[in-house]
Design a protein around this ligand. Structure first.
Ligand code: AMP
Ligand code: GLY
Length: 423
């Protein structure tokens, strides 16, 4: 199989690492990739939303599987673009149709979907320009904290949580009236605040059946003890001690099954990953969000714990035979610690020389924002490298990642030293 993976983050590094281990993988291309993905395949210069250029590449390189790593091309309809083109429709895509990707692409869509299928989620109301004044009154009577969400994709920045009603109204106004997040915030979802511990559960579905991948927990805030602004994710662990037994059975029965059967009953084409961002409220799982792709940095621990051949699983997905797949988990724990550029998630500098990579042992380095120039590796993004390790338990895995994180250096390097602190 010739495979083209779209993306350039730590997630795509972990996916390319996994795909490249499959005997079914003949050639692996990553567009655009980073300094790390080049070790697992060939990086190619293509924009992940440049469907015409991707088409030409797929035809000329006889691509059999197109793997969109991130949500953007999926929400923009890459699945439909391929399936509607006679020259491309044979190409297997582990990812949903444009309509299916709305589970992530529109908070309002996903909320309505959950309501239709009685899937537990926070209570909400939806507002736009037409009922804007009503929205302001609604905020006046809302309990605090208030959760405001831009409807569309906003690169992880579209959620504001505040206990200050004046601030809530300001944000609400700038989202709708001043298009703070462009078209994404023309509609705003106002949600009830849920208190609990979050976790990430991943299903891989063929539209009829599904399998569950190893679960994970990511650490989103920049600061120790989960403080400060949200980031793309500062680290992750797997397994998650509370995501098993009775709680996991509830996740399956109340969330995963009605989601997969709901998509099917509504005729929404969905073959690919469903990422359930969940919160455990007193032992009951609620959906905080759906994503139509794998998580980052969760993938940097999920792929290392997945023993199955990922290419074989994708082929089973395509044949709608995922019921024949038994997911094998590596019994070891895995963790990842993200090294980021100083200043991230605000402004940060790029192009800093990264040293010490060759001194790392016992960890897998999944590059994110890196670029190779003249045999040297430089920073090229906020999240720079994910340091993943295995251990007999989470604590041991973390010790190994932290020992190696100390060996890698670049100006402004920062990482959280408390990943997995609750366990
Ligand atoms: P989202 O983009 O929907 O995942 O939201 C980003 C983050 O905001 C989540 O990971 C949660 O930490 C937080 N969040 C979102 N919705 C809620 C909610 N209803 N209650 C509490 N926290 C929330
Ligand atoms: N780690 C959260 C996400 O990938 O959206």
């Amino acid at each position: 199989m010739n495979i083209l993976l779209l993306g350039s983050g730590g997630r795509e590094s972990a996916i390319s690492w996994k795909l490249s281990q499959s005997p079914l993988c003949s050639q692996l291309f990553i567009a655009p990739g980073n300094a790390g993905t080049a070790a697992f395949g060939t990086n190619v210069v293509l924009g992940i939303n440049d469907f015409e250029a991707i088409k030409i590449f797929c035809i000329s390189h006889k691509i059999d599987i197109l793997f969109p790593g991130s949500e953007e091309p999926l929400v923009n309809g890459i699945y439909d673009f391929f399936k509607n083109d006679p020259d491309l429709k044979h190409i297997i895509i582990p990812g949903p149709s444009k309509e299916g990707a709305q589970l992530e692409g529109s908070k309002a869509f996903s909320k309505k979907f959950m309501q239709r299928h009685q899937i537990p989620t926070a209570g909400y109301a939806e507002f736009d320009e037409h009922n804007f004044e009503l929205g302001l009154q609604y905020l006046d009577h809302h309990s605090t904290p208030i959760v405001l969400k831009a409807d569309g994709l906003a690169a992880g920045k579209g959620v504001v949580i505040t206990s200050d009603k004046d601030e809530a109204k300001e944000v609400f106004t700038s989202m709708i009236k001043e298009a703070q997040f462009g078209d994404a915030s023309k509609t705003v979802v106002v949600e009830q605040f849920l208190t609990g511990i979050e976790c990430s559960v991943f299903a891989f579905t063929d539209g009829e059946h599904y399998v569950i991948l190893p679960e994970a927990k990511d650490y989103k805030r920049i600061g120790e003890g989960d403080t400060g602004p949200n980031t793309g994710g500062m680290g992750a662990i797997s397994p998650v001690p509370f995501v098993q037994g009775d709680f996991m059975q509830k996740v399956i029965r109340k969330i995963i099954e009605p989601t997969v059967s709901g998509l099917k009953s509504e005729g929404i084409l969905y073959q690919g990953f469903i990422f359930f961002g969940l919160i455990n409220v007193g032992g009951e799982p609620y959906v905080i969000e759906y994503n139509c792709r794998m998580g980052d940095p969760e993938t940097e621990v999920v792929m290392p714990r997945l023993e199955n051949d990922l290419v074989a699983m994708i082929l089973k997905m395509n044949e709608q035979k995922l019921n024949e797949v038994i997911v094998q988990h590596n019994p070891k724990a895995a963790c990842t610690v993200m090294l980021v550029s100083g200043g991230y998630p605000g402004d940060y500098e790029k192009n800093k020389l990264i040293t010490g990579l060759a001194h790392v042992s016992n960890s897998i380095l999944f590059h994110a924002g890196t670029i190779k120039k003249d045999n040297n590796v430089f920073t090229a993004g906020g999240r720079v490298i994910a340091v993943t390790s295995y251990g007999e338990n989470i604590k041991e895995a973390l010790e190994i990642s932290y020992a190696n994180a100390a060996l890698i250096n670049f100006e402004g390097k920062y990482f959280r030293t408390d990943i997995g602190f609750e366990f």
